[in-house]
Write a protein that binds this ligand. Sequence first.
Ligand SMILES: C[S@@+](CC[C@H](N)C(=O)[O-])C[C@H]1O[C@@H](n2cnc3c(N)ncnc32)[C@H](O)[C@@H]1O
Length: 268
Amino acid sequence: MPSTVDPFEDLKTRQREMWSSFAPTATFTTPVAGHLVEFAQIKPGETVLDVATGTGVVAITAARAGASVRGIDLTPALLDAARENSRIANVEIQWLEGDAENLPIPDGQFDVVVSQFGHMFAPRPEVTIEQIRRVLKPGGRIAFATWPPEHFVGQLFAFVANNSPPPPPGAAPPPQWGNPSIVAERLGARFEAPFFARGVMLFPALSLAHFREFMERSVGPMQKLIEGAAKDPQRLAALRSEFETLAAPYYFGNMIRQDYLLTRAKAL
Ligand SMILES: C[S@@+](CC[C@H](N)C(=O)[O-])C[C@H]1O[C@@H](n2cnc3c(N)ncnc32)[C@H](O)[C@@H]1O
């Protein structure tokens, strides 16, 4: 297990608070969870860890496929929603509060570790991947869904970063986990060469303004940016206009269409 001294503790405290409003967005990550569980080739009886589970969409989908599942997340408010979701779905899952960079789990426990738009937010990819590899059984596999840097959410994170105080030095931008060559490099000698696929996540929205309002309420990084500009009407209007300009190319047929990258790899 890594040291308990964490140089990113403040960042994680902010993340915990920032993600607590995410539950309504899980409606749109639910179909991706179905794709990821299939892509991960999860079989009945396998042991699965869902890292950064949020409201549990991937964990619950894997449990419904017959796996024995644990879900871990930094944000207690989302784990409360996950507990309620597993109660409704009538599946047993062990929910843990914890950090992807310091998994409170002994070595060699899981056949599969999955993460959907989750582990990408842990600031140190090398620490996260070392932790994930550590809790896998020999020959176990990973399967991730991540947002690529060149597509809408990747650009949104760049837009938020450009308009916010800088992150602590050494924190990697989350959408780098959506770049196949960076992913392959990060998996390095610990995994076989990764297999990649892609999918499209759909956000129904009646107008770009509806989509923006939803994002301002339910996606922490955007919410924080808008709250920070609340007392400056001119800046607020400029940020909102820039957001809609960024989203416009992805909006047609009353949907925002967001590509995602799937990565699968077997541990060496
Ligand atoms: C975009 S949400 C995705 C949630 C869920 N996997 C889904 O697909 O709906 C990002 C999640 O990452 C979690 N998270 C961020 N940093 C984390 C960390 N260092 N360790 C564990 N979870 C983290 C947040 O609390 C949040 O639940």
